[in-house]
Design a protein around this ligand. Structure first.
Ligand SMILES: O=C(O)CCC(=O)C(=O)O
Ligand SMILES: [Fe+2]
Length: 354
């Protein structure tokens, strides 16, 4: 392994062996304050659990900052995991934001427990491109922890030995697969190596894009908050490097397939990328969130205080849409109108939100 500037040898080895890496205190502290408007956005009262009408909620994004500003010390390590900053797409998901995923749990889950093999939410995070073995749109899935996550507190569950069967499936499917991929994670319920995330607020779990994970029940009935952006590369992974200088991300795939190079692998259909299908139902919440944020700011005597890209005019919105793929047309499998990923294809090809 080459010496890395930011990753310690132990961190590089951990990522290779497990497919993930913890980076404590990764979120620059000023961005933890994005939580200040959480309850207004949700339309719930943080102090009154009777207002917590849902178990699990995904919100849209209003604010975003450059990745290196959001997590300055982690950024160098992230770049090294993918083989250098110049491999990262300069536009797509290069800004991280406040698209919170809140796992509240339920009162009746308190005092109960679960085993990882009972979880049913296994997936990897691709809802915006036709996926091949060498696809690098979701090179890394990042789990930024905005709250502490104690054991049993609804941390994301990672299935480490789920990487290998998934890589094998994509190796054997050179025509690629279009998301959603509901039927390709059955092996994850029979895994042997699981890690359920526990964390302190500010921690980051960097996970390989081929590492299956699932949300898990929150037995502590508090608001567990994470965000879940990705690192997108400009070019597909190269699984046949003549100099053998593979990135750690590429090495995870090669190891899973027990290979040192895969010269014969060639996608047999065109690559395709489209509107992220699960962005639809989250972005449909923006109008109501803005109304609540504006009303709240006005009550507090600060009507100009709402910070949202959707209040900054057409040019800012268009830029935000390009950064996140929202300017693209629906893909072959439409868009999801809710958490259950029910398919619905509106006739419009553009998702106009505000
Ligand atoms: O809420 C969680 O723990 C996991 C969320 C997740 O994996 C996702 O949104 O893709
Ligand atoms: Fe995920």
């Amino acid at each position: 392994m080459p010496p890395y500037t930011h990753l310690t040898p132990a961190e590089a080895a951990h990522f290779l062996d497990h497919g993930w890496l913890r980076i404590p205190n990764a979120i620059a502290p000023e961005y933890l304050s994005w939580l200040d408007t959480l309850w207004v956005r949700l339309g719930m009262d943080g102090q009154d659990k009777t207002t917590w009408t849902e178990e699990y909620v995904k919100l849209p994004r209003h604010r975003e900052v450059r990745a290196e500003d959001f997590c300055p010390t982690a950024w160098g390590k992230i770049c090294e995991l993918v083989g250098g900053e110049d491999r990262i797409d300069p536009m797509r998901e290069r800004w991280y934001g406040d698209q919170f995923i809140v796992n509240f749990g339920r009162d009746d889950l308190v005092g109960t427990r679960h085993e990882p093999d009972e979880l049913r939410g296994w997936h990897t995070d691709n809802d915006w491109y036709r996926q091949f073995l060498d696809s690098s749109g979701n090179a890394l899935t990042l789990i930024f922890c905005f709250t502490d996550i104690p054991a049993g507190g609804g941390g994301t569950c990672l299935n480490e030995d789920g990487i290998k069967p998934l890589c094998e499936l994509f190796y054997n499917t050179p025509e690629g697969l279009d998301p959603p991929f509901d039927n390709i994670y059955a092996h994850c319920t029979r895994g042997k190596v699981y890690t359920e995330v526990t964390a302190s607020a500010g921690d980051l779990l960097v996970t390989h894009g081929m590492l299956p994970h699932s949300h898990s029940p929150n037995h502590l009935h508090y608001a567990r908050v994470i965000t879940n952006p990705h690192v997108n590369l400009a070019e597909p992974f190269d699984l046949n490097r003549s100099d053998g200088d593979y990135s750690l991300c590429e090495q995870v795939i090669l190891r899973a397939l027990n290979r040192t190079s895969i010269p014969e692998y060639t996608p047999t259909r065109p690559r395709l990328s489209f509107y992220p299908r699960t962005a639809y139902f989250k972005r449909e919440k923006i109008r109501a969130e803005l109304a609540r944020l504006l009303a709240d700011a006005s009550v507090r005597g600060q009507p100009g205080a709402v910070d949202s890209v959707y209040l900054r005019g057409e040019a800012a919105i268009a830029e935000h849409e390009r950064r996140n793929g929202y300017d693209k047309a629906w893909g072959p499998t439409g868009v999801a109108t809710g958490l259950q990923d029910d398919v619905h294809v509106p006739s419009a090809q553009r998702h106009v939100v505000v």
